[in-house]
Design a protein around this ligand. Structure first.
Ligand code: FAD
Length: 302
């Protein structure tokens, strides 16, 4: 059996869960094995308790592979399970193949290393093996694809979690408007924006285009914007239809987060900036001179 971790947000599968499901279904079909799913609400028990419960389930059901989405929460959960149960875990896979036959079948995987700049092929021979799917590296399975995986419930009652994390309170992040990971348009701002105040232009552009603002680490380090808006290796992985990168140089750690964008428009004073090379279109110039007339033109069309 192949077990997929399906994270839910407000009762709906998250986009990353549908990506995990695509890999899990392809693996199950290729191996001739049934596909089962554990549904987890993002507002559930602490990771230690969940890991204990999932570890118990894996010990009983012995899936060939457990495949989770590449979210922080699923990666944390599977890392806990791997550490507690001594199971192999490969994070950020983009493909999985099953060789041989029987319970000890080797699993051949391709995974992203070094923030997605390198693809590595590897084989796991011990099991059950745990995997997370690299965010936005594979096409998500459409919602409602039949047959639905067989639901398996995770029973956290009576499990002995590690007690290291205790849930005290849940405080909503207070994000307004469109979520970064799901936004169709992201207006990115980097050090070139120059100040927290100047982000007002980017906020307005994002609002007019039905999107949201994402930022580089230089911006969060300067305290101009909160970390939840950071795009990149240590931030969010985004996949909008359009990413407008204003005053962002395009360091590899940033590109990792925005390479899933369908189209990139770079606005930069430096024609040699890596962001310009990575973009579909670039406007070479000062964003402070370019954005006000652009905003005015868009406002006029409303
Ligand atoms: C372990 C590690 C993890 C990291 N994780 C992340 C991450 O998740 N996300 C991330 O973003 N970074 C990350 N970084 C940092 C990354 O290496 C860069 O330092 C950072 O992305 C640079 O931010 P920036 O492009 O805004 O600033 P800069 O590199 O300083 O670039 C500013 C750009 O703005 C342009 N510019 C300046 N003025 C204007 C103007 N008036 N108009 C138009 N353009 C202008 C400049 O030409 C330049 O290209 C990480 C680094 C490490 C070591």
């Amino acid at each position: 059996m192949i077990l997929v971790i399906a994270e839910q947000d407000a009762g709906r599968p998250t986009a990353l869960s549908l990506e995990a499901r695509a890999v899990a279904r392809a693996t199950a079909t290729a191996a001739g094995l049934p596909l089962e799913a554990v549904e987890l609400d993002r507002d559930g028990a602490p990771p230690g308790d969940r890991a204990a419960a999932l570890g118990r389930l894996i010990a009983v059901r012995r899936p060939l592979a457990v495949i989770g989405p590449g979210s922080d929460s699923a990666t944390e959960l599977l890392a806990h399970v791997a550490a507690r149960a001594g199971l192999p875990l490969a994070a950020n896979i983009t493909a999985l193949d099953v060789g041989g036959s029987g319970a000890g079948r080797p699993l051949q995987l391709t995974r992203q290393r070094w923030g997605g700049t390198l693809l590595e092929d590897a084989t796991i021979e011990a099991g059950p093996a745990l995997f997370t799917v690299a965010p936005h590296a594979v096409a998500a399975e459409p919602v409602g694809t039949a047959p639905e995986p067989l639901p398996v419930s995770l029973d956290v009652d009576g499990v002995a979690g590690d007690g290291l994390v205790r849930l005290v309170e849940r405080v909503p992040m207070g994000t307004e408007g469109v979520a970064l990971e799901a936004a169709p348009v992201v207006v990115g701002g980097g050090r070139g924006v120059g100040s927290a105040e100047a982000f007002g232009m980017l906020d307005e552009l994002a609002r007019l285009l039905g999107g949201t603002v994402g930022v580089s680490r230089a911006v969060t380090s300067a305290g101009w914007r909160p970390h939840r808006e950071q795009v990149g290796q240590t931030g969010a992985r985004i996949a909008p239809d359009l990413y407008i990168a204003c005053g962002i140089s395009g360091a590899v750690q940033h590109i990792v987060g925005c390479r899933g964008a369908k189209r990139i428009l770079a606005i930069n004073t430096d024609p040699d900036a890596p962001m310009v090379a990575a973009a579909d279109w670039a406007v070479i110039g000062d964003l402070h001179a370019l954005l006000p007339p652009l905003l005015e033109a868009i406002r006029d069309t409303r």
